[in-house]
Design a protein around this ligand. Structure first.
Ligand code: ATP
Ligand code: MG
Length: 583
């Protein structure tokens, strides 16, 4: 079965179990400053797992594109990728363990669906500890479905527990499904540490809340969050041994092979994975280009690593964009953004390749010179980074190959000195990285709505939202307007927002259809495609906008609103950066 059919079947199956199929989110999280990329299907749903009502209901399912840079060092093995697609189904305080496990089992083994061999399945459940009991509830359900006792393994928190993300919040045991991938006979006893058992699906049961005192209490709202890897599942459905042997990779590897006479399977895999990830990041709805910061730096690392491996195999220049074209062809039907952004993807890859080529040789010479001293100081590594464009991780790899030491701490210090704010490496892998949907983010969201409405009041209705981005420190709002704002206008906008904060207005959420919302005068993000049901946030009498939230409950929670900066970002587009002060 091809991957596209697997995805179709998955959604069809959960639709038949009364789930709403929701849209996949961009790879670059919209308003979550705590992670660089969407690393799991649950990530965009965090506010809803924490209790915000979802407009499409309590049962949801989707296909989500994901990037996990945390797995970058495993890429090249049979099952770990930096870019992959995740199938997921969720219960927001609706069904729980019994249905979730039964449906996982039915989808995997029923003739009508994937028809996988039950004898090749292995299951892990939570073993229990001082905080929470062994998950017999889950294992009993598996046994009742016909899974043999020897095929169920009980593992501790490190393996079979999820969350909470911060110090407190929802968490709970999970149960993982593995599949025996080898041609050797299936061992009688399931051993999840044996690599021939491949994890394909994970059902997380958020049934506890960790309190400030460190206690695990049963939650009022119990959620289910599941994630199933498309590449791994397609691989086993096709009887293949690695994710690279499926149609999601074969044309890419074939193209790489055409470009070189070398035979280095591991390099083929890494280049294929990294350039696929790069293509998706460049082609994302919220496209990012290579840089020395944040997501742009991750992208630069992925591209430059590919180029370096390409060089080691004597691949000629400008090959990364050739590979990207193959990636676009594989995915363009399902991800139209790749076709739409094709020019950006190709131009940026060519540009990045050119930039790197210009300094690569002199950089490598410099590296040789420095490494002859037997160690590379942080300062040296920083020069390689800033002058020759070597991502630190690349210098680190080169040093490893030469078995010489490198001082990362010193590099980090140098780096901090030179960058005002570095988020590099700040990405937490999402397992355990649940954003606290922090209060402050919610407040900045609400402040953004007030700002939008105030701008329209002062400058007129031609002001339209062009973009918005929130970090833990500030909000950023882009809008259409054709000239610089005067100091007076900025003061006026600021004081209107502060007035609305003083008026202690309630922020009221309702759920409706996009058409209905627009009829009622709610502002929508121009050009955005909405689902059938959406949330509208109404700040009484002042602002009404379609938005996913989360928001403050009342404007009184907002503190003092202050505009830091107003500037032009493109022709006809202005940008405001603002903060909330709490003193
Ligand atoms: P593993 O232990 O194999 O790294 P995981 O525990 O990190 O997997 P989850 O976080 O539970 O995986 O993600 C849910 C599913 O997503 C997995 O069962 C798997 O099918 C898929 N998946 C996770 N990480 C990757 C990856 N790096 N590449 C491809 N698929 C992945
Ligand atoms: Mg993992």
């Amino acid at each position: 079965m091809k991957a596209s059919e697997l995805k179709k079947k998955y959604l069809e199956f959960f639709k038949s179990k009364k789930h709403s199929i929701i849209k996949s989110s961009p790879l670059i999280p919209e308003n979550d400053p705590t992670v660089l990329f969407t690393t799991a299907g649950m990530h965009p749903l965090v506010p809803h797992l924490l209790g915000v009502e979802h407009p499409e209901g309590k049962r949801l399912a989707d296909v989500q594109k994901c990037i996990r840079t945390g797995d970058i060092d495993s890429v090249g093995d049979d099952t770990h990728l930096t870019f992959f697609e995740m199938l997921g189904n969720w219960s927001l305080g609706d069904y729980f363990k019994k249905e979730a496990i039964e449906w996982s089992f039915e989808f995997l083994t029923s003739k009508k669906w994937l028809n996988l061999d039950i004898n090749r399945l292995g299951i892990t459940c939570f073993a229990g500890d001082k905080d929470a009991p062994k998950d017999e509830e889950a294992s009993k359900i598996w046994l009742s479905l016909g899974i043999k006792k020897e095929r169920i393994a009980f593992l501790p928190k490190e393996d079979n527990w999820w969350g909470p993300a911060g110090e407190t919040g929802p968490c709970g045991p999970d149960t993982e499904m593995f599949y025996w991938i080898s041609d050797e006979p299936v061992p009688k006893v399931f051993n999840p540490k044996d690599k021939k058992w491949v994890e394909i699906w994970n059902d997380v049961f958020m049934q506890y809340t960790k309190t400030k005192e460190g206690r695990y209490e049963l939650s009022k709202q119990k959620n289910v969050d599941t994630g199933m890897g498309v590449e791994r599942t397609a691989c086993i459905l096709q009887g293949k041994k690695t994710v690279y042997d499926t149609e999601l990779f074969l044309p890419i590897i074939k193209k790489i092979k055409e470009l070189t006479k070398e035979e280095n399977e591991k390099y083929f895999r890494i280049i294929a994975d990294h350039l696929k990830a790069s293509t998706f990041i460049l082609g994302d709805e919220r496209s990012i280009i290579p840089s020395n910061l944040g997501q742009g730096y991750v992208l630069r690392r992925l591209i430059r690593k590919s180029i370096r491996l390409g060089k080691l195999m004597n691949i000629k220049d400008n090959f990364t964009s050739e590979i990207a074209k193959v990636v676009i062809d594989i995915y363009k039907k399902e991800y139209q953004e790749l076709e739409l952004n094709k020019d950006i993807i190709i131009n940026e890859l060519n540009k990045e390749e050119k930039k790197f080529n210009e300094t690569l040789e002199s950089g490598l010479r410099q590296f040789e010179k420095l490494s002859s001293k037997g160690a590379i100081s942080g300062k040296d590594a920083f020069i390689l980074f800033s002058t020759f464009g070597f991502p630190f991780e690349m210098t680190e790899e080169l040093a490893k190959e030469k078995k010489i030491k490198i001082n990362k701490k010193e590099f980090d210090e140098e780096f901090k000195k030179h960058q005002e704010l570095s988020r590099v490496g700040a990405e937490k892998t999402f397992k355990g990285g649940l954003s606290e949907a922090s209060e402050i983010t919610a407040r900045l969201h609400t402040a953004t709505h007030l700002l939008h409405a105030a701008l329209r009041k002062v400058l007129g209705e031609k002001v339209q939202q062009k973009g918005s981005n929130i970090t833990a420190e500030r909000l950023r709002f882009d809008f259409s307007f054709d000239r610089k704002l005067t100091d007076e206008e900025l003061k006026k906008v600021e004081s209107i927002v502060n007035e609305k904060i003083k008026e202690k207005l309630p922020v009221i959420k309702s759920i409706t259809s996009p058409d209905e919302a627009k009829k009622e005068g709610a502002l929508a993000f121009f050009g955005h495609k909405y689902g059938d049901k959406i949330s509208v946030y109404d700040i009484k009498g002042f602002s009404k906008e379609i938005c996913m939230g989360p928001h403050a409950e009342n404007t009184s929670q907002l503190g003092k609103f202050k505009i830091l900066k107003e500037e032009g970002v493109a022709s006809g587009v202005r940008r405001i950066k603002a903060v909330l002060e709490f003193i």
